[in-house]
Design a protein around this ligand. Structure first.
Ligand SMILES: O=C(CO)[C@H](O)[C@H](O)COP(=O)(O)O
Length: 211
């Protein structure tokens, strides 16, 4: 199981400092949507230049103009770019087509998709690389998580890799590991902890043991 660190509540220098501390334990660094809103795709470029051996994910949550937005994120150096599962198939097809041209990967974020089972099968058939179940901040705040949805996509997705995101921390990691996703995404569970390096190391150990 791979580990993605989501960076949401930092500026570019803070993001780079944090990744320096945890670099050896993570596979993918996510430039979160708030960072891209604040700093633009420069944040993706800066991260890729600072850590060329890490994969960088641009959490654009694309909803329209799939091909164009994938092209711009690719130019900035993103390896993986997110598209929303709630959008139209045409947008996802455009994104997949452009990603193939650029040698990049598409992650479909299933945030707020109501019929996860059906939509996961549909987006899987469109040739995306990852399908991610995700409980966003607003639903985390009322106690929701994505572990049941993770089991659902594990059952029906045949081609894409599976991922889970949303409020995952050391205490809830076992529930994620139990469902055996390909990728676990952790933001605040590492980034806002007192000792991000030791937490990242512990998460890495548990993922290795659970694999
Ligand atoms: O995409 C996001 C919010 O929309 C976050 O990056 C994702 O939820 C992971 O962060 P956290 O572990 O802090 O929830």
């Amino acid at each position: 199981m791979k580990l993605q660190l989501a960076l949401d509540l930092v500026n570019i220098p803070e993001a780079i400092e944090l990744v320096k501390q945890v670099e050896e334990y993570v596979d993918i660094v996510e430039i979160g949507t708030p960072v891209i809103i604040n700093e633009g795709l420069h944040a993706v470029k800066a991260m890729k230049e600072a850590f060329p051996s890490l994969q960088v994910l641009a959490d654009l949550k694309i909803m329209d103009a799939g091909g164009y937005e994938i092209m711009k994120a690719s130019e900035a150096g993103a390896d993986i770019i997110t598209v929303l599962g709630a959008t139209d198939d045409l947008t996802i097809k455009g994104a997949v087509e452009e990603a193939r041209k650029q040698g990049k990967s598409i992650m479909v974020d299933m945030i707020n998709v109501k019929n996860i089972e059906q939509r996961a099968q549909e987006v899987d058939a469109l040739g995306v690389d990852y399908i991610c179940v995700h409980t966003g901040y607003d639903l985390q705040a009322v106690g929701k998580d994505s572990f049941e949805e993770l089991q659902t996509i594990k059952r029906v997705v045949k081609h894409a890799k599976t991922a889970v995101a949303g409020g995952i921390k050391l205490a809830t990691l076992p529930a994620a590991i139990q469902a055996q996703p390909d990728l676990v995404i952790v933001g605040g569970g590492i980034a806002t902890q007192e000792d991000p390096r030791s937490v990242a190391r512990e998460i890495r150990n548990q993922l290795n043991q659970g694999a």
